[in-house]
Design a protein around this ligand. Structure first.
Ligand code: NAD
Length: 383
């Protein structure tokens, strides 16, 4: 097997030569590294909708993006509008709130709306952006139900705009390398994937705290806003990795809710859940996610070798190895890589690759729904 060094990877891209033409011709998962590129064409003008933690990360990445720029904002908080306007030099006419957002229809200076609101709000703002003729990136999970995903896809298709889901790891070299190793059967067919992603989100000594759902970030514990717990937020990455390592769709799932260590905090959504996915040909994926402890790894066992990433799904720097040695791959800024990958395709008037679109989000939501059903009923759910 040929291992790809950072230098080879970059040279292979022609990035060293600074060729935007070469980059545009590349597969969508290959992204320019941080030190890139003298692209000087039109940039995609993005409005960030929802100025929380992730909206801030997207805004930061837009400052160094080659293909996209932060042109507008949508916020329900006047103080944030003022702060962002000054910090990022945003034109007053490109600042919207949740009520007047639809007026973005007549604003030719915005090409795409990036929705970074709580999960259940993705649907409304995706559909409103589509009706205003704007392309959309919506964060993961795409929505909180299969029905909502379908409505979002239809609205974007009816409006003739593109819909992407914020699957940043599809632009991250380590994850795309395990996708290649698995799908190209470099070590033969994959028989087992273990993928776990969990964050410790609370102080375990304060298990009797009272939760105010209006506190910052607490929407993740509110079923209506989040749609579910750790599975919706973090487990979705494990579903993704299990699917892209194999290039296959699961045919059945079983699942178990884990122990609840903090009952007040996890009254509405699960703290921990484990699940198993059966794939055509007999491969199994074993996954766990939780809000109660840390883990961040993907491991794949194939007929003649193994490959793994740890850390695998957080912002990095990610690290990995195969049974033949360490992986030596570029470390990229995930958000910038994703924005450049998506921006360059839309600017070239091309269709986004299926593996990051609304259809992909819908596939994950179907699987999430089946996992919850399996955990609730204790039964194997066929997909
Ligand atoms: P956050 O709580 O930091 O931000 C949410 C924003 O939505 C805030 O600005 C808040 O004011 C606004 N908001 C509007 N109406 C609200 C309401 N009713 N309740 C709560 N907030 C409301 O959350 P976040 O961590 O930025 O997550 C936002 C989205 O981004 C989620 O869908 C999340 O899954 C996704 N996300 C993705 C990644 C990734 O790596 N791709 C990482 C973190 C979060």
């Amino acid at each position: 097997m040929k291992s790809i060094s950072r230098r080879n990877f970059v040279n292979k891209l022609g990035v060293g030569l600074g060729s935007a033409a070469v980059l545009n011709a590349l597969p969508s998962f290959i992204v320019p590294p941080d030190e890139a590129l003298p692209y000087e064409g039109k940039k995609l003008n993005i409005a960030v909708c929802g100025l929380g933690i992730y909206g801030n990360l997207v805004a930061k990445a837009l400052q160094t993006s080659q293909y996209c720029t932060l042109a507008g904002i949508v916020t329900g908080t006047p103080a944030k509008a003022k702060e962002w306007k000054a910090k990022y030099n945003i034109a007053e006419k490109n600042i919207y709130n949740y009520t007047n957002f639809d007026k973005i229809l007549s604003n030719k200076d915005i090409d795409l709306v990036y929705v970074t609101l709580p999960n259940s709000m993705h649907k409304e703002f995706t559909i409103r952006a589509a009706k205003a003729g704007k392309h959309v990136i919506t964060e993961k999970p795409m929505a909180t139900s299969v029905e909502d995903c379908k409505e979002m896809i239809k609205a974007c298709s009816d409006a003739g705009v593109q819909l992407a889901v914020g699957y940043r790891l599809h632009y991250e070299p380590h994850n795309m390398e395990i996708k290649r190793l698995g799908q190209d059967k470099v070590f033969g067919p994959v028989r087992l994937v273990e993928a776990s992603f969990a964050y410790k989100t609370y102080d375990t000594s304060k298990i009797n705290e009272t939760i105010d759902f209006n506190d910052h970030g607490k929407w993740r514990l509110n079923k209506e806003l989040a749609g579910g717990g750790a599975l919706m937020d973090l487990g979705i990455y494990c579903i993704q990795a299990s699917r892209y390592v194999q290039g296959l769709e699961p045919v059945a799932v079983t699942a178990q809710f884990g122990p609840v260590n903090n009952p007040k905090r996890f009254e509405q959504v699960e703290e921990t859940i484990s699940w198993q996915m059966e794939f055509p040909g007999g491969a199994i994926a074993n996954c766990t996610t939780s809000y109660g402890y840390f883990i961040d790894r993907v491991y794949a066992s194939a007929d003649s070798g193994t490959f793994e990433l740890s850390p695998a799904m957080s912002y990095g720097p990610l690290k990995g190895k195969t049974s033949k040695g360490e992986l030596d791959l570029p470390i990229v800024n995930h958000q910038q890589a994703q924005l450049d990958g998506i921006g360059s395709v839309i600017l070239a008037n091309k269709k986004l690759p299926a593996h990051i679109t609304g259809e992909e989000g819908l596939k994950d939501m179907n699987i999430i729904t089946a996992i919850y059903e399996a955990a609730r009923t204790g039964k194997r759910v066929v997909l």
